[in-house]
Design a protein around this ligand. Structure first.
Ligand code: NDP
Length: 450
C-alpha cells in the first residue's frame, strides 16, 4: 500500500513539476501536502473524482505587474509586482505581501499554497493568497519606500477589496509599508475599508496583531510540550530572525520564563550566554524597527558572541523557533539540534525546514510544529482584525489575545486529531495538512467545478 501511494505521489508531482517548471519551493510545499493527503484521498475517492488535488494546486488567478517608481536621485526604478489568488473556497483571499529581492513566482506560489491550509486551520472564513515584490526596502529612504508602496498599490488596488482579497504584511512589509499602501488605496478608491490587515491602531488596526505570529508560535509550542507533561518555564531557546515574528516570539518566551540564547538576521547570528532580557529585547526592537541596523550591533553592545554568515542551529537548546525565512534548517542543522537535546521546534517562519530536516525531526520523534499550524496566529489575528473592521468596533488587548490563544489551542487539537500515529506519536505535519485540507476540499466539492 505504501509503495502504491508513493507511486501516486510521484506521478502527481511529475505533473505539477512539468506544469510549473523551475518553481522549486512550490514543488516542495505541494509535495509535503500531497504526501500527507494521498492516503486520505484514496480512502475518500470523491475527492479524486472531483480532481481536488489538481484544482487546489492551480491558483485561481495570478496577477503580475510592473511597479515603476522614482528614487531619491530622480532615477526611474522598475520592480516586479505579484498577487497570487490561490483559493477562495472558504472566504476572500487572505495572505501577506513580501518585499524582498529573492521574491519570485515560485516562492509566492509556495506561500499562497501553504496559506490555504493555514487559513482553513484557523477555523475563520479566509481563503488563501500571497503577493509581493522583488523590491528591497533595505537601505531605502522612507520617501523611496513610500513612492514604491504607492506605485505598487496603484495597480494592486484594482484586484483587491475587503470582500475579495485582503493582503497583510510579511518579510519586508511592516506597519510603515501597510500605512503607505492603505493611504494610497483609500485615495484611489475613496473608501475607508478593511482592505489590508496589520493596520495602525488609530486607523483600523487590531491590538495584538503585531505580536500575534510570535505569541501564537509560543502558544503552539506550549500545547505541544503539554502532550509530554513539559512546560516552557526554565527551558532554553534558540530563535532565528530578528524581525516581527522573532521579536514577539522572544517577548512571549521571556514572559513564560524561558531563557533565549540567540537571534539572527541574513548576515549572521548572535549568541548571548546570559540570555536576552526584556531590556535587551527593547533595544533590538529599536535597532530593527526604527534604526534599521544589523544584529551584529547587539554583540558589540552587550558583549555577546557574533557568528558571521551562520545560523543558530548548532547552539545547544531545549527549544527552537525558526522565525526568519524558508529552508533555513537543513538536515545537518536538524541533526545538530536533536543531538543538542532540542525537544520542540515551533516554526514561526514559513517552511523554514527542508524536507530532509523534517525527516530528521520526525525520525527522532521530537515535537515538530510546521509553520502552517505553528505560525497561523498571525493570519488568525488578521481575521480578527477583519471582524472588528466589519463590526466597526475594536476589542481590548485581553479579548484579542484570549481569542488568539484559543485558536492556537484549537489548531493544536486539530493536528492531534488527524496526526496521531499508531505508536501514539503526533505527526503535526500530517495533522495540519489533513486538518486544513478537509474543509477546503468539502467547500470546493459543494461549489461545483469552478
Ligand atoms: P521581517 O521582515 O520582520 O523579518 C525577517 C527576518 O528574517 C529578519 O531578521 C531578516 O533579516 C531575516 N531574513 C529574511 N530573509 C532571510 C534570508 N534569506 N536569510 C536569513 N535571514 C533572513 O519578517 P517577519 O518576521 O514578518 O517574517 C519572518 C518569517 O515569518 C517569514 O518566513 C514569514 O513568511 C513568516 N510569517 C510571518 C507572519 C507575520 O505575521 N509577519 C505570519 C506568518 C508567517 P534581514 O533583516 O537581514 O533581512
Amino acid at each position: 500500500m505504501a509503495d502504491l501511494l508513493d507511486v501516486k505521489v510521484n506521478d502527481f508531482m511529475a505533473k505539477v513539476i512539468a506544469k510549473n517548471p523551475g518553481e522549486t519551493e512550490f514543488h516542495q510545499a505541494v509535495k509535503e501536502v500531497v504526501e500527507s493527503i494521498m492516503p486520505f484521498i484514496e480512502e475518500n475517492p470523491k475527492f479524486r473524482h472531483g480532481k481536488i488535488l489538481e484544482r487546489i494546486t492551480e491558483p485561481e488567478r495570478v496577477i503580475l505587474f510592473r511597479v515603476p517608481w522614482i528614487d531619491d536621485k530622480g532615477e526611474i526604478q522598475i520592480n516586479k509586482g505579484y498577487r497570487i489568488e490561490m483559493n477562495s473556497a472558504i472566504g476572500p483571499y487572505k495572505g501577506g505581501l513580501r518585499f524582498h529581492p529573492t521574491v519570485n513566482l515560485g516562492i509566492l506560489k509556495f506561500l499562497a499554497f501553504e496559506q490555504v491550509f493555514k487559513n482553513s486551520l484557523t477555523t475563520l472564513p479566509m481563503g488563501g493568497g500571497k503577493g509581493g515584490s522583488d523590491f528591497d526596502p533595505k537601505g531605502k529612504s522612507d520617501n523611496e519606500v513610500m513612492r514604491f508602496c504607492q506605485s505598487f498599490m496603484t495597480e494592486l488596488s484594482r484586484h483587491i477589496g475587503q470582500d475579495t482579497d485582503v493582503p497583510a504584511g510579511d518579510i519586508g512589509v511592516g506597519g510603515r509599508e501597510i500605512g503607505y499602501m492603505f493611504g494610497q488605496y483609500k485615495r484611489i478608491r475613496n473608501e475607508f475599508t478593511g482592505v489590508l490587515t496589520g493596520k495602525g491602531l488609530e486607523w483600523g488596526g487590531s491590538l495584538i496583531r503585531p505580536e500575534a505570529t510570535g505569541y501564537g508560535s509560543v502558544y503552539f509550542a506550549e500545547e505541544m510540550l503539554k502532550t509530554r507533561n513539559e512546560k516552557i518555564a526554565g527551558k532554553t531557546a534558540a530563535v532565528s530572525g530578528s524581525g516581527n515574528v522573532a521579536q514577539y516570539t522572544v517577548e512571549k518566551l521571556l514572559t513564560l520564563g524561558a531563557k533565549v540564547l540567540t537571534l539572527s538576521d541574513s548576515s549572521g547570528y548572535i549568541y548571548d550566554a546570559e540570555g536576552i532580557t526584556t531590556e535587551k529585547l527593547a533595544w533590538v526592537m529599536d535597532l530593527k524597527n526604527n534604526r534599521r541596523g544589523r544584529i551584529q550591533e547587539y554583540a558589540d553592545k552587550y558583549g555577546a558572541k557574533y557568528y558571521e554568515g551562520q545560523r543558530p542551529w548548532s547552539v545547544k537548546c531545549d527549544m527552537a523557533f525558526p522565525s526568519a525565512t524558508q529552508n533555513e534548517i537543513n538536515a545537518e542543522d536538524a541533526d545538530k539540534l536533536c543531538k543538542g537535546g532540542c525537544m520542540v521546534v515551533s516554526e514561526g517562519a514559513n517552511m523554514p525546514s527542508t524536507p530532509e530536516a523534517v525527516e530528521v525531526f520526525l525520525k527522532e520523534r521530537i515535537l515538530y510544529g510546521p509553520g502552517k499550524a505553528a505560525n497561523a496566529g498571525g493570519v488568525a489575528t488578521s481575521g480578527l482584525e477583519m471582524t472588528q473592521n466589519s463590526m466597526r468596533l475594536p476589542w481590548s488587548r485581553e479579548e484579542v489575545d484570549q481569542r488568539l490563544h484559543e485558536i492556537m489551542i484549537n489548531i493544536h487539537a486539530t493536528c492531534v486529531k488527524y496526526g496521531r500515529e499508531s505508536d501514539g506519536y503526533i505527526n503535526y505535519v500530517k495533522g495540519a495538512n489533513v486538518g486544513g485540507f478537509i474543509k477546503v476540499a468539502n467547500a470546493m466539492m459543494a461549489q461545483g467545478v469552478v
